[in-house]
Design a protein around this ligand. Structure first.
Ligand code: OGA
Ligand code: NI
Length: 361
């Protein structure tokens, strides 16, 4: 009896599947469960085309060792990049290609672990230092986004799973190198706002800054036009640095249109995030972005959120709130509280994701 039953194909219940990877590997189906069909969110806005020739390129080596003229030129470019686009491509940085490749390979090994082994790290709360899962915001959504993830706190405390072998060392080095790039950028960004060079670092208590290392895993999807990897959202923190495995999928919203961003090898893609918007009193705005999926290759991306210290109250720099009519437009709130409100959908502002907003309406 038992053996006869086990030869029958069992129907797939998406609710029982813990990762999209397991779903894809268990079915081999040419269609997606209706659970993942988000077509209405994808069809509403036009795609403008590819943006990598439009997005500003920042040569960070000139910020470090350029002449004073070169440095001020880059600071000017940064100011334009942050106010026009809210994102830019950093070249000539110290996050080497081999380190990035090793980090991507190591995350791949993590996602390749048995589902049972990954379960140990299935966190529920935004403050769990190691958390893997599926979807976008598991405490709020049903698992209807085509993406698995692993998130680890990288600073001021460093936490990683103890599997796979070598993961921890690579993650530590990768996070540290990214953080060094961000420190250089934050100094230049402070200057670009007319503030002294350590202004943003001090205001955010960046020495104890919260850094989150997150990997996204988007398996091939048989109906990519119906599903979405991550819906439109803004990142929390000051800046996000992002790399991927050479497979495209990222889109950014610019002038009300969506643009594809194919991130070249050796480029760190940097996005302005919510807390830089708050600190700059809206002079620089966090950028809306999302991740699409495809039916050809698994996509992986690694995003690092570089934020203020968790218990620092973030508010607009008084220097940038200069007259009566220019009142600060942002609530004063610690980064920790911001994350908790965001995670539970109680953040009433532009910082809530478009999809969550439209669902809530
Ligand atoms: C994110 C994110 C985009 C990508 O992790 O917050 O927006 O390209 N990722 O995977
Ligand atoms: Ni994001």
């Amino acid at each position: 009896m038992a053996s006869a039953m086990s030869t029958k194909a069992s129907p797939v219940h998406p609710q029982k599947i813990t990762t999209v990877k397991a779903l894809v590997e268990s079915t081999g189906s040419s269609s997606i469960p209706s659970f993942y069909n988000l077509t209405p969110y994808l069809r509403d806005e036009p795609i403008a085309g590819d943006a990598e020739d439009l997005i500003p390129i920042i040569d960070i080596s000139l910020l470090v060792s350029g002449t004073p003229e070169e440095q001020s030129q880059i600071i000017h470019q940064l100011s334009k990049a942050c106010s026009d686009w809210g994102c830019f491509m950093v070249i000539n940085h110290d996050v080497t290609e081999s380190l990035t490749k090793a980090m991507i390979a190591s995350f791949q090994e993590f996602f390749d672990l048995q589902e049972e082994e990954k379960k140990e790290y299935q966190g529920k709360h935004v403050m769990d230092p190691i958390r893997c899962g599926t979807g976008f915001n598991p405490s709020m959504d049903k698992a209807n986004f085509w993406r698995d993830f692993l998130k680890c706190f990288a600073h001021p405390e460093f936490h990683t799973p103890n599997k796979p072998a070598g993961f921890s060392e690579i993650a530590r080095e990768f996070s540290k190198r990214n953080r060094e790039v961000v420190i250089i950028l934050l100094k230049a960004i402070s200057k670009s706002l007319g503030l002294e060079e350590s202004y943003v670092e001090k205001a955010a208590n960046f020495e104890l800054g919260f850094q989150l290392l997150a990997a996204n895993y988007y398996p091939t999807c048989p109906e990519p036009e119906k599903a979405i990897g991550i819906p439109a959202h803004y990142d929390h923190g000051l800046l996000t640095t992002l790399v991927n495995n050479g497979v495209s999928g990222l889109q950014v919203k610019h002038n009300e249109k969506w643009f594809n961003v194919n991130i070249p090898a050796n480029v760190l893609f940097v996005q302005v995030a919510d807390h830089l918007e708050i600190l700059s009193n809206g002079k620089y705005k966090s950028i809306a972005h999302r991740a699409l999926v495809n039916n050809k290759a698994t996509r992986m991306s690694i995003a690092l959120a570089h934020g203020p210290a968790l218990d620092t109250v973030m508010r607009p720099a008084p220097e940038l709130v200069d007259n009566e009519s220019d009142q600060p437009a942002y609530v004063e709130i610690t980064y920790r509280k911001f994350l908790e409100l965001q995670q539970t959908g109680r953040l009433r502002s532009k910082f809530q994701s478009d999809v969550e907003q439209s669902k809530a309406d």
